[in-house]
Design a protein around this ligand. Structure first.
Ligand code: UP5
Ligand code: MG
Length: 192
């Protein structure tokens, strides 16, 4: 039953654009399960798996880990819920992610929510969080690489999804509640 086709919403946007914050609120208010690709990868590394060191090095470079690993983690996570709709935060990150998803999962997302936020705002937010020391990739050097790679590697993915009319863009350089008013409105209209 876990492998049945689901309605999938990909929430994408640069580092610090607010994906995790907004997905938490949607999950709370609409009861939709959400899976963060980044969180799943960080848990895998924390579990002490053999490839952990290698994955951590990739993350510290702001690069994207092998697609088969991420898609495997997402499939496993999606199989834990019977909900017919799921939110996926922070995936796909590049063209290869998307094509491996398509071939391994066998169906595409229903919608892409794109969080659009100026680089400088994202940088300041993540530098603010950096002091709290919870994420190894929240240092200025890695943050800048994450921003740069997002911009270059997501373009072909967004081009693909725009061409088939699946992208909804939301400006996220506004207060959290203002962003959420728009995000929750879209959700209510499409899925609730
Ligand atoms: N904040 C949030 N919204 C705000 C607002 N409207 N106004 C003011 N402040 C706001 O928010 C970031 C910070 O900003 C928080 O302090 C928050 O309070 C504040 P958050 O909601 O966490 O933003 P988010 O977009 O989730 O930022 P995050 O840092 O998680 O983004 P990344 O995309 O960098 O992180 P992710 O975990 O997705 O990926 C990390 C790394 O994992 C990647 O760089 C990559 O190396 C690897 N990865 C893969 O290889 N493959 C994948 O598929 C996924 C990840
Ligand atoms: Mg996040």
């Amino acid at each position: 039953a876990g492998s049945a086709q689901k309605r999938v919403v990909f929430v994408v946007g640069g580092p610090g654009s607010g994906k995790g914050t907004q997905c938490d609120m949607l999950a709370r208010d609409f009861g939709v399960p959400f899976f963060s690709a980044g969180e799943l990868i960080r848990s895998l590394i924390a579990s002490g798996c053999p490839e952990g060191k290698q994955l951590q090095d990739i993350i510290l470079q702001g690069h994207i880990i092998p697609s088969e690993v991420t898609v495997g983690l997402l499939q496993k996570a999606m199989a834990t819920t019977t909900s017919d709709t799921v939110l996926i935060d922070g995936f796909p990150r590049n063209h290869e992610n998307r094509t491996v998803w398509a071939s391994q999962v066998g169906y595409d997302c229903d919608m892409v929510l794109l969080f659009d936020c100026p680089d400088e705002v994202m940088l300041q937010r993540l530098l603010g969080r950096a002091g709290q020391g919870s994420r190894a990739d929240d240092n200025e050097e890695t943050i800048k690489k994450r921003v740069k790679n997002f911009k270059s590697q997501m373009e072909p993915v967004l081009e693909h999804y725009r061409a088939i009319g699946k992208v909804t863009t939301i400006r996220t350089d506004r207060p959290i509640a203002d962003v959420y008013a728009e995000v929750s409105g879209i959700w209510r209209q499409r899925f609730a």
